[in-house]
Design a binder for this molecule. Structure first.
Ligand SMILES: C[S@@+](CC[C@H](N)C(=O)[O-])C[C@H]1O[C@@H](n2cnc3c(N)ncnc32)[C@H](O)[C@@H]1O
Length: 448
């Protein structure tokens, strides 16, 4: 990790971060400054039924209660091995043994289910989810994406879901079948087929029928494949997608995976797909994804019962995974985003021209590409308008008592923001542009 990077505070929770359990509500108490100020956030959680099913699956497979110390110990060892593999220079993961799968279900799956569920909610909010979803999920693991969709369908209480998936690990497929069929129980969900094969060689018998093709946390596990090769594999899958279908790619927020996703995304756009979210090309220019690092962050999740069981002993924090940060791309065959009218763009300075406006006060329109990555005295948000040039950050002094600009904090990741009257500064330490908010700065959301 680059020590100058403004995203550095987002890396893994430090052992000094403690959890406090107050009745049913768990708050994360984060040591943010010398005063150990408390930040209390509403925590997300996976459905209790799903938690129970994960425990039941492990119990069925081991023949022992979930609390058995032998089982917990072996799951812990497998979690540590898995985590070490993910952080390697060449990431490495094996999902051959039952305990590899238990570790994944205990540690990784809860946050991944919630993050995918949030992407689906975003699409629903935008009116882009069909009632009847036909999904093909690539590298499904224990069915994480389908489980998030089943959860969503149960909440929506409308439409149907038909699931096809490709996964190479037999152990994962066994867990997938159990969890998805039990969790879907009595809902209009059909698990069509889980193909045990390699996504690089699979051919569809039903091209043009899927309304959604998904690939979450898989691209990073395709060793030896260049970004161009990954994009061409995904384009091949796009030919199986209905004309109004959606392709959703998700990768870890970690710098290398996140940046590679943006490069693959650009290749896919060059091949004819349209990007729906998170990026927008507000002004003409040249977007260079090579240095682009942007990810969504959600409030943390409530640790599952299994995580709490695993974390009872010394260094228990190593088995609690509650942070949600992920990079995603939503792509389509037809453009979904409306063009932003010239009347709205008029008077806003494209980001590629900001270097010519150092010291001046300008109006801009950009997409919010990060949550608050600031420090004690300043809120800082990464912005982008797709026109290229240096990285651009909106810097808001916390001393500023301007209600308007507090709105930025409340806007969602990937929302378009119009900001009037900000001063342009060059940050020579980071070779980036800072847009400094002042008392006359105004902010509004653009819903396009
Ligand atoms: C990190 S897991 C992600 C699982 C799930 N999509 C999720 O979001 O939790 C990566 C999955 O991709 C599968 N995978 C990796 N390469 C594959 C390939 N070439 N063909 C099929 N599956 C593959 C792995 O077996 C594993 O289940």
């Amino acid at each position: 990790m680059n020590s100058n990077d403004p995203f550095k505070k987002f890396h893994k929770r430090k052992p000094s971060d403690k959890k406090k359990n107050s009745g049913n509500r768990i708050f994360v108490v984060r040591r943010t400054n010398k005063n150990h100020k408390k930040i209390q956030k509403k925590l997300l959680k996976i459905p209790s039924r799903l938690e129970q099913l994960i425990e039941k699956y492990i119990e069925n497979k081991t023949g022992k209660p979930i609390k058995s110390s032998g089982t917990l110990e072996r799951i812990k060892q497998s979690i540590l091995v898995q985590k070490a593999g993910y952080w390697k220079k060449n990431p490495f993961a094996k999902y051959e043994r039952g305990y590899d799968v238990f570790a994944y279900l205990a540690y990784q799956a809860p946050v991944y289910i919630i993050q995918f569920h949030s992407i689906i909610q975003k699409l629903e909010k935008g009116g882009h989810l069909p009632d009847n979803i036909r999904i093909l999920d690539l590298g499904s693991g224990p069915g994480v994406v389908p489980l998030a969709l089943i959860w969503f369908l149960k909440e929506r209480k409308r439409g149907t879901l038909s699931i096809e998936a490709i996964e190479q690990s037999e152990e994962f497929i066994e867990a997938f079948k159990f969890l998805a069929s039990e969790f879907a129980n009595k809902s209009p969900v059909k698990i069509e087929q889980i193909h045990q094969t390699d996504i690089r060689t699979w051919e569809s018998q039903k091209p043009g029928t899927y309304t959604m093709i998904t690939c979450q946390n898989v691209l990073a596990e395709l060793p030896g494949q260049s970004n161009v090769e990954k994009a061409s594999l995904l384009m091949h899958y796009c030919s199986f997608l209905a004309d109004d279908g959606i392709m959703i790619l998700v990768e870890p927020a970690e710098l290398r995976h996140s940046t590679q996703l943006r490069i693959v995304q650009k290749e896919l756009e060059k091949s004819g797909l349209f990007l729906y979210s998170p990026c927008r090309y507000i002004h003409a220019g040249r977007c260079e994804p090579v240095n682009c690092w942007s990810f969504e962050e959600l409030p943390g999740i409530k640790p599952t019962r299994l995580m709490l069981l695993l974390s009872k002993d010394k260094e228990g924090y190593r088995f609690i995974n509650t942070d949600i940060k992920f990079s995603y791309s939503i792509l389509t065959k037809k453009p979904l985003n409306p063009v932003i009218p010239q009347t709205i763009l008029m008077g806003s300075t494209p980001f590629r021209e900001l270097e010519d406006n150092i010291g001046k006060t300008v109006d801009v329109i950009g997409v919010k590409m990060s949550s608050d990555i600031g420090v004690r005295d300043f809120s800082v948000f990464l912005l982008c308008d797709g026109s290229g040039g240096a990285k651009v950050y909106l810097v808001i002094p916390k001393s500023l008592k301007n209600v308007e600009i507090k709105k930025v904090k409340n806007m969602d990741y990937a929302n378009i923001i119009k900001i009037t009257s900000v001063r342009v500064r060059w940050n020579k330490n980071k070779n980036s542009i800072n847009l400094i908010a002042g008392s006359t700065t105004q902010v509004s959301a653009i819903h396009k």
